[in-house]
Design a protein around this ligand. Structure first.
Ligand SMILES: O=C(CO)COP(=O)(O)O
Length: 253
């Protein structure tokens, strides 16, 4: 069975002390995860080492970076390489979040490079995709998301793709309180899986975890996660609130 994942994306929120407390409070609840379940905390760069040591003894609790740079090393002041992340024991990295695509002009091509550099270091990319409201209103969301996948991931081998996690995050549902319905999420997730199947084959496509992101909260997580092709969530706002995120972890299949 493919992994079911509750991933917290703290974004640029919380001080170090607040982050440490939130992690402690969540881990204190001792929600045990089965072999096919995982909880991942995507925390700001300066908190990675602390967060990684907090989860070190917790089975299936892990830490992710929220970004990495698309060059191996060199004179890129302020950037963080995949090798640096590997050297501090990080196993996951979010890439291509719509906020980075929008505010930092990240392209599908750059994300293809980031994917390669992460996989080279044995770090699993959590690859974000998703359409804007205008694309959804035009009814072209399926081809839009397909292009994102094609341009960033289709150069991989099937064995490489198996190490990629996909997060579908419709931009119109992020931080807006406007969640995609469980039907809308399932419909797009099934589409993503069928796009992956045409390129990589059914066996590989069925092993890929596809997370839903966009106003996931305690109240809607169970319904969304229950759908066949939805393998958990990438959670922003609600991941900053202990009880909300605990309920989201417990909503995993
Ligand atoms: O962008 C998101 C997670 O990466 C979703 O954010 P919200 O859960 O705050 O809508």
């Amino acid at each position: 069975m493919r992994k079911q994942i509750a991933a917290a994306n703290w974004k640029m929120n919380l001080t170090y002390q607040q982050g440490e407390k939130l992690l402690n409070d969540i881990l204190k609840a001792k929600i045990s995860l089965s072999d096919h379940q995982e909880t991942i905390f995507a925390v700001p760069f300066p908190y990675l080492i602390m967060a990684n040591s907090e989860v070190a003894n917790e089975k299936n609790y892990s830490v992710a970076a929220q970004n990495c740079y698309n060059k191996k090393s060199g004179a890129y002041t302020g950037e963080v390489s995949t090798e640096m992340l590997h050297s501090i024991g990080i196993r996951y990295c979010v890439i291509g979040h719509s906020e980075r695509r929008e505010y930092f002009s990240e392209t599908n091509e750059q994300l293809a490079t980031k994917t390669d550099l992460l996989l080279e270091q044995g770090i699993q990319p959590i690859f974000c995709c998703g359409e804007s409201l205008s694309v959804r209103e035009a009814g072209t969301q399926n081809t839009f998301v397909e292009t994102q996948l094609r341009e960033s991931l289709f150069h991989l081998s099937g064995d490489q793709l198996k190490n990629v996690i996909i997060a579908y995050e419709p931009i119109w549902a992020i931080g807006t309180g406007k969640t995609a319905t469980a039907d809308q999420a399932q419909e797009m997730h099934a589409h993503i899986r069928s796009v992956l199947a045409t390129q990589f084959g059914n066996d590989i496509a069925s092993e890929i975890s596809i997370l839903y992101g966009g106003s996931v909260k305690a109240a809607n997580a169970k319904d969304i996660f229950s759908r066949e092709d939805v393998d958990g969530g990438l959670v922003g706002g609600a991941s900053l609130v202990t009880d909300e995120f605990l309920a989201i972890i417990q909503a995993l299949k």
